[in-house]
Structure formats: C-alpha cells, structure tokens
Design a protein around this ligand. Structure first.
Ligand code: FES
Ligand code: FE2
Length: 392
C-alpha cells in the first residue's frame, strides 16, 4: 500500500481552513484526566449517564413481527426490546422477577410469551406475569400482579432502536431536533444489516468518544484519510444533543490504489442526491452513539465502558439489499479502508489512556477544531455534577 501523505499546510501564510464555530455555551475546557482512570467515577457514570440517556439497542430489521426481540445493555444493565401483538415496541429490564435469571439473549422470536429458561415463569408481551409452574407451592407469597417485567423506554429513529432506563427522560425525538431529517435520505430503516462486530478498545470510553469527536488528528495520524479527505472543508457542527461532521472527499484521485478505486467506483445509494457521491458524514448522539454515513453504506457504533480503561464497541453495518457486484466491491473497499483507520485510532486512544495516568499532567487547551470534544466535556461534567465534587 502507498504511504504518500498529502502535504499539511501549517505555516502562518497558509489559507485559513474552514473551522467550526465553538458552541455558544462551551467552556472549551477538556475533561480532567482523572475522569479516565477513576473506578469510582465509572460507577457514577453508570447511574448518572448510562441509566439516564438514550442507548442504541439495534436495528428495526431484528424486530419484524409480534414476538421478535433483541437484547442490549444500557451500560452494564441488561435490556430486552420486543414487538408486541399490536406492533408496538416495548422494552424491559432483561431479568426474571423470580430469581434474576436473564430472560432472553441475542435476538430472535418468542412464540406467544416470554418464558424464563430457569423455572419457566412466563410473561405476556405487555410484561404481565401470567404463568408460574407449580404456583400453589408459593402459598400466599406469590402476587403475580406485582411481579411484571420492569419497563424501560424505547423509541425508534430512522430504523435505529434506542432504549432509556429513565422513566422521566426527555423523548429522544425531542432531543435530537433535525437529525432525523439529515438521516432520512439514507433510508436506514430499509437497509439490511451485514458484518456485525464487537470488539474492545484499550482506553476509557470517553477517550474513544473524544477521538471520534474531532478531525484535528487526521492530518497527523491518518495518512489514508488525509489522502481522501478535502480536509480544509471538514466541518464540525455542534448541536445541543448531537454533533454532525461533514467530510467531503477530494476530487483529485488518491495516489493509493484502493483509495483511488473507491473514489472512482462509489455511487450514492438510492435516495441520496448525486452531490453526496463524494461526501462522508458522521453523526454522534450523546453520550455514546456514532453513525457513519457513507454514500455506499451506514455504520453505527455503540461505545460502552468495559472497565475504567477498556471500551466495548458494538458495531452495525447497513446497506441496500440486492446491490450489484460493483457496489459490493465499493463496500468491501470501504470496510477495508476504515478498518485501517480504526486500527490507527485504537493505537491513538491506547496512548492517551497511558498518558492520562501521568502524575503532574493536566489537560491542555482545546482548539476550535475540537469543538465537539469541548461540547462532550461540558455534557459529561454537567451529568456527573455532584459525583465530581464528592470524588475530589
Ligand atoms: S429465575 Fe426465572 S423462573 Fe426462576
Ligand atoms: Fe481517528
């Protein structure tokens, strides 16, 4: 593979790049590095962030009919999503009310009810407990009406299903404003999933998120992306609850064979305007959902703590059904090129995690190119609030 890197203009006389405006209320201050290494704060994040925010659960294609289900987590809390007999999505904590067995795993199809695999307690799709084997042996200790499944919130946005354990949470649709309109041309709800993957990255989840939230490192750390991007026109658009990135690709063919081939062969998927042929977009929904929008496919990531210095990444890839061989080749090229970028990013975040433990280090200033990082830091500090005061 070619390793030529496009020149980076850094001199004082270079044309000014298009930099995003800082979000109005941002402090522009990065997170204290203790937030990347403190196990106590990780526990606070579970309660104050992962159990109060909208968490990506999966794609609507896993829930085609009554009884279809998928399972997911809100941080470390198991959740199941299922379609009831009226076509409504329902979500519950994925735990049996008897002795805490996990009820469902993976995704699949329930027949007429949800049946626990341990002792066979059975719940209707509306969560009501309806069957208890040998029920008389409980004497008067069994009050079925008080032992229904514990509900969670669920919403669908453009074919992506989200859950929230907070009964008082603001609806996702209210939080994300015009994001559905930006996603609509991709028709994510009718795309088909392929190549799902799960991995871990050796860094705190916020380090991984912050790496996603800025393109400032691209000229230095991603030679392939730098050959493809029209970096001067890479923009970061910070909204209250989401961040949107435009990454137009260069019109000049890349010196790298695979990148050049991608640029030559890629076509906008049905529904996309011709002007989207050479533009990649990225969307980030607070606190841990990423959506990569390519002309040829859409990828999602959910980033969850697997430990204070380890992040679980669950990815989904979606593409139009029945694509021709040329489109399949483009999608293969895309996966290959972006896998390389991911490898580079994993190395970057591992290095930050190691550095965050350095005694005497405190965070440096953020540039306007890092407006997304500043926004995220403000949100995290606001959500953790009292826990930060207690910790330090
Ligand atoms: S734990 Fe589910 S029936 Fe006993
Ligand atoms: Fe990166």
């Amino acid at each position: 593979m070619d390793t030529e890197v496009a020149p980076i203009e850094m001199s004082a006389t270079a044309p000014a790049p298009a930099v995003p405006a800082a979000p109005p209320a941002s402090t522009g201050v990065a997170l204290d590095p203790r937030l990347y290494i403190d196990p106590e704060l990780m526990r606070a994040e579970q309660e104050l962030i992962f159990e109060r925010t909208w968490q990506l659960a999966g794609h609507v294609s896993a829930l085609p009919r009554a009884g279809s289900y998928l399972t997911t987590e809100a941080g470390n809390q198991p959740v199941l999503v299922l379609r009831d007999e009226h076509g409504q999505l329902r979500a519950y904590r994925n735990v049996c009310r008897h002795r805490a067995s996990r009820l469902l795993s993976g995704s699949g199809q329930c027949k007429a009810a949800i049946r626990c695999r341990y002792h066979g307690w059975t719940y209707r799709f509306d969560g009501t407990l309806i069957g208890v084997p040998e029920g008389l042996t409980y004497g008067d200790r069994l009050d079925k009406s008080a032992l229904g499944l514990l509900p969670a919130r669920v919403e669908e946005m453009c074919g992506l299903v989200f859950v929230n354990l907070d009964p008082d949470a603001t609806p996702l649709a209210e939080l994300i404003g015009d994001l559905p309109e930006r996603l609509a041309p991709y028709g994510i709800e009718s795309l088909e999933p392929f190549a799902p993957a799960e991995g871990t990255q050796p860094a705190n989840w916020k380090v991984v998120v912050e790496n996603y939230l800025e393109g400032y490192h691209v000229p230095i750390a991603h030679p392939g992306l730098m050959r493809m991007y029209d970096y001067k026109h890479y923009t970061t658009d910070v909204h209250e609850h989401y961040v949107w990135f435009d990454a137009p690709l260069r019109s000049k063919p890349s010196s790298n064979r695979l990148e050049r081939l991608y640029g030559q062969l890629v076509r906008p998927m049905p529904g996309l305007d011709a002007s989207e042929r050479h533009v990649w977009h990225y969307a980030f929904i607070y606190p841990n959902t990423t959506i990569d929008l390519y002309p040829d496919q859409v990828n999602t990531w959910k980033l969850t703590p697997a430990g204070v210095d380890s992040t679980s990444d669950v990815s989904g890839c979606y593409r139009p059904a029945g694509a021709d061989p040329r489109t399949r080749l483009v999608q293969w090229l895309n996966q290959r090129l972006n896998t390389l970028v991911l490898d580079e990013d994993v190395d970057l975040v591992a290095n930050v995690q190691r550095g965050a433990m350095t005694r005497g280090y405190s965070c440096g200033p953020l540039s306007k190119r890092e407006a997304g990082v500043a926004w995220f830091a403000d949100r995290i500090r606001a959500d953790l609030g009292p826990a930060l005061n207690d910790a330090w």
